[in-house]
Design a protein around this ligand. Sequence first.
Ligand code: 0X9
Ligand code: CA
Ligand code: CA
Ligand code: CA
Ligand code: ZN
Length: 431
Amino acid sequence: MKNKFLFIWVFGIFMVILVLGQQRQDREIISVVKSPHSIEILKTHTFDLLGEIEGKIFIHVSPSELSLLQSLGLAYKNETDKFIKNHKQDFPVHDQGGINGPYHTYQEVEDELSRLEQENPNLARKSIVGQSLENRNLYALKISDNVQSDESEAEVLLIGCHHAREWISVEVPLLIARYLLENYSQNNYVQRLVNESEIWIIPLLNPDGLEYSIYYYRYWRKNRRDNGDSTFGVDLNRNYDYQWGIDDIGSSSTTMSDVYRGMSPNSEPEIQAVIQLFQQRDFRALISYHSYSQVILFPWGYTYEQAEDSDLLLQLSKNMSKLMKAVNGRVYSFGQAGDALYLTNGDLTDWAYGVYGIPAFTIELPPVDFTSGGFFNADEDIDPIFRENLPAALYLIEWAVDSYTTGYTRQVPPVKHLLCRNLNKKAEDRR
Ligand code: 0X9
Ligand code: CA
Ligand code: CA
Ligand code: CA
Ligand code: ZN
């Protein structure tokens, strides 16, 4: 009997080690020398390109992608050790905020939303809009006057963290929520916008992925769907049911891929939560936060064809970019998603614009490229990134409010530089 238990124990521990080991070794970071030949090869596949440093292209690859590269005869160098080790130093012992410092874990997001709700019972309401695959709650914070009632006001969605490793994308919507609530009573502009709209903030759409990125593997991107073939994860920003899987350039049907689109459109519970919320609400605009690249993107992502409202989307992006630059001098470029970055299919913004016809933007937060830090932002960068994104979000809310009262309009509000200065001043005051 004793022996049997011992065996079960030893076997159990062995299995845990095996599984953990595999998950970590799942993927490697490799580099390929940049040349017309290598670019040609990389272009025809959906590799997870991290960026370029000194003539070398860095790629995040799964074992099968690695074999693919080998079979294509492309020479590469494994950089995983160097890379992960480098950034291990960015995982210091924090006195405050736990393992991820000032960045929020799932639990910390929950606590912060509860705090904001408790301190502003008439302005903020926390709700659970769904559950992740691993049964974590998907939280939303609604911000408006008379927040308990559903009023006839323009509704706007600010959403973060479709992608686990893009930690900064949780912080920006969370800080915007906090700013709106803390400045409501002393800032007329903020008060007017909050009174005349219903702002829905979902800071963390992919809690399972985020936790995995924090505790196991920093570069994790997808959710944690068990694909049943010893691979994990669906790319949440490829799973929406609009032109889903229309080609293999904008997403992948390979389960291992970092842009795996899932078994079927809307298959993931996180995406179903967003869809259900849309069915219940009356959203007029949205921003989906990602990182990195410092760029504002609008539909279409799935094609190079222009959207019908291309002029409006371009004007709004341009004005948002202008407002952002005025804060810290940082330039966010802007453009149609497919042109400005790369093709994607099944992303949130195409779906929201395609199905609901509302202006929908992806904001890729700083840094501008991989060399400047990629998915890693210093703790001190969180605040300036939030501050430059604040006027852009408020501006889009203002557009939604204006066009809600006047009927859908392609007119955009003028950029008010004065307002922008005031916002900065208020942000300074908080320090
Ligand atoms: O690929 C994505 O889902 C987004 N970029 S990220 O590096 N954060 O993963 C971009 C989505 C916007 N759409 C297009 N670029 N088409
Ligand atoms: Ca923390
Ligand atoms: Ca209201
Ligand atoms: Ca309403
Ligand atoms: Zn992303």
